[in-house]
Design a protein. Structure first.
Lengths: 298, 377
């Protein structure tokens, strides 16, 4: 009786999230994959069926890779992928360089102050993401707050072009995604055993050497978790580059949305999404491997 | 094994200069005084044990020697050099942590090499010293393991190797055997003693375990509430406790309150309300006549007898209430008519005890005038 109850309980506990993932991730993924292999047409839905039935019998299977091939023939897509990966990589690095000292500072603060500092990191989430990006527009515009202040102070004679530059994109992304870097890093750093640093000092390591040889290597799982939490969504980021970025260089999120909504080319849009997923699977797999290695070392 | 090895300027050592001198050191955390005006000299090559219960300040004192805490008052000198402005990474001192604090992401070899790498020694020399140290603590063949792949005893030896490989002037050991099981402890204890003798390093050991302190130490400093209450050899501490706290803390003891009735230069007599006969002690005590004193008698110094002993002092009559057979010895709990319970131990010298005392037996207790300790503190 008890054993059966336990088994049922386990099934429920694992089953609910598994069902959720199956229904809302795997099924849409398969539908998307199917669409990416079909042909575009002007109809509802705007793509041709993969399977053709006649009299209850399968008569034809329309599988084609033209959508994928198309992604490599038009330089727009390759350039958008390249630019997205570049922006994501640089933003991740910037978030790490900014976020690591902050996370370390919070982790080493007095326990009573840690919660306050963490609150401050999370505080921006209380305002809508979109609103905050609009606020940046207000700050960065040619007649925005920053330019007006600098003009008024006499530091500059003409407004600096900040909007629609790479600078604005990096600023917006680093600002928005910094907490996703800080939180996993903090979770890792906060668990570090302080006596390890005392041991390092005792063995003659100056603070910098102790950091490089003890704290940094032990925080690699936190760095990877934070880097992935920033890198993956930034690759597909749509709002920030659209509102703050260059009009002449699209990121892949924008391309995807344009294909779906402006061109109504669902098959190509699906192919764009599939390829993006493939590009993101590699870092995820690498992360999983590091995580399982770290778990083994415990 | 000189201070020059550690890069410190070494003054010519006079024989009288202690390895460590602690002068009036006090450490306060807010309103709490963890270490209270401690002064202590520790000699070169000595194993000194700081012994006390939890919260007595022993670990704080050790951490001040390592440089992790700064004294609120007083000075610490190592080889005559004031340590006030010397950072932990510059002190000729190494510590073995209670938790071992091994670097979990490094192999055994890298853990042991860490300290030497900080000295920027040539690689070949580091490798050679690490190898020699690992073989000294019998960890050959384990060099490439990670700490989580080792047993508790092996981890302890890695920690020891790591702290000894730098050839410190002074090795601090925080509860070095605390995490080991009983059999391993005994074995490791003797190993530690052997290593210390071989390397000649001065050891300061912190422990709450009196057995550990007794077997390891040349001298023990008993601590209570931030103060050092007695310093002496293990035998001194056990046989001549200077205060009631020390008598009670070290080993088991039968303690009585009493009144000084006769106070001569070479003997005293104490009347204890809980004992029928006066207690005769063959040493003097510096107390006023009629003063209230404590008397301590160790359980193994009390004899169990069937017959009433001769004389008028140092005996009592009672009933055996419980016998605990421990193998090498037995512990007897004897109840006196007044209700006071005494602990008596007796070595089991014969395999078959013909006349064993059993619970319920009426017995006489007796002890020598040399056995009890009397004090006022």
């Amino acid at each position: 009786m008890a054993a059966r109850g336990l088994r049922l309980g386990r099934l429920l506990v694992i089953g609910v999230p598994m069902g959720w993932l199956l229904l809302f991730f795997l099924a849409p993924f398969l539908i998307d994959f199917k669409i990416s292999l079909s042909e575009v047409r002007l109809a509802i839905p705007p793509y041709a069926p993969l399977l053709e039935w006649a009299d209850g019998k399968l008569v034809a299977l329309h599988l084609q890779l033209t959508n994928y091939r198309y992604l490599f023939t038009d330089s727009l897509y390759v350039s958008a992928y390249g630019y997205s990966l570049k922006v994501a990589a640089i933003s991740t690095l910037l978030c790490l360089l900014l976020g690591y000292p902050m996370a370390l500072g919070i982790a080493r603060a007095e326990p009573a102050r840690r919660n306050l500092l963490l609150m401050l990191v999370i505080l921006p989430f209380w305002t809508s993401f979109l609103l905050r990006v609009y606020a940046w527009m207000g700050l960065l515009r040619n007649n925005g707050l920053i330019n007006n202040l600098l003009l008024w102070a006499g530091v500059i004679d003409a407004p600096i072009q900040m909007m629609q530059t790479d600078f604005a994109v990096y600023l917006g992304i680093v600002y928005s995604y910094l907490p996703f870097m800080i939180l996993p890093l903090y979770t890792n750093l906060e668990k570090h055993d302080g006596t390890l640093l005392e041991a390092a000092a005792d063995l003659g390591a100056k603070p910098l050497a102790a950091f490089l040889r003890v704290t940094l290597p032990l925080s690699v799982p936190g760095i990877l978790a934070g880097a992935l939490l920033v890198f993956i969504p930034v690759v597909g980021e749509y709002v920030i580059p659209t509102l703050l970025g260059r009009p002449d260089q699209l990121m892949i999120g924008r391309v995807l949305s344009d294909e779906f909504f402006a061109n109504r080319d669902w098959p190509v849009a699906s192919a764009v999404a599939m390829l993006m997923l493939v590009l993101l699977v590699a870092p995820i797999v690498a992360f999983q491997r590091v995580q399982s290695n770290a778990a083994e070392a415990r | 094994m000189t201070a020059a090895d550690n890069g410190a300027a070494s003054a010519p050592l006079s024989a009288a200069q202690p390895c460590v001198r602690i002068e009036g050191v006090t450490k306060r955390f807010g309103a709490f005084t963890a270490v209270d005006d401690v002064s202590l000299d520790i000699q070169e090559g000595e194993i000194f044990c700081l012994l006390g219960g939890s919260g007595c300040g022993k670990t704080t004192l050790l951490r001040m020697l390592a440089g992790f805490e700064q004294p609120s008052a007083g000075r610490i000198l190592i080889d005559g050099q004031d340590m006030a402005d010397v950072a932990p990474y510059e002190r000729p001192v190494n510590m073995m942590f209670q938790s071992y604090a091994l670097f979990p992401h490094m192999t055994v070899q890298d853990n042991v090499a860490f300290g030497l790498e900080q000295e920027k020694l040539p690689k070949a020399q580091i490798a050679q010293r690490v190898e020699a140290m690992l073989s000294l603590v019998r960890l050959d063949g384990m060099a490439q393991r990670k700490p989580h792949q080792l047993s508790g005893g092996q981890r302890q030896r890695v920690a020891l190797a790591r702290s000894l490989v730098k050839r410190p002037r002074l090795l601090l050991l925080d509860e070095p055997l605390g995490a080991l099981d009983r059999k391993l402890r005994e074995h490791t204890q003797f190993e530690l003693l052997g290593l210390q003798k071989q390397l000649g390093v001065t050891f300061v050991v912190v422990t709450h375990d009196q057995e550990e302190a007794m077997t390891l130490a040349n001298r023990i400093g008993v601590m209570d509430r931030g103060r050092i209450v007695q310093v002496g050899s293990p035998r001194d501490i056990y046989e001549y406790p200077s205060t009631r706290f020390v008598a009670d803390f070290i080993g088991s003891v039968n303690l009585f309150e009493g009144r000084l009735t006769e106070d001569e230069a070479d003997y005293v007599r104490v009347a204890c309300p809980e004992l029928p006969a006066p207690v005769l002690v063959d040493h003097g005590v510096s107390a006023a006549p009629e003063a209230t004193v404590w008397v301590a008698i160790r359980p193994e110094k009390i004899q169990l007898l069937r017959e009433r002993p001769a004389g008028t002092d140092n005996h009592a009559q009672g009933t055996v209430r419980d016998v605990a057979y421990m193998g090498d010895m037995s512990i007897y709990l004897v109840v006196l008519p007044g209700g006071r319970e005494l602990r008596v131990t007796r070595a089991n010298l014969q395999r078959k005890e013909e006349e064993a005392f059993e619970s319920g037996d009426a017995v006489w207790l007796a002890w020598d005038a040399a056995s009890p300790v009397v004090g006022t503190g």
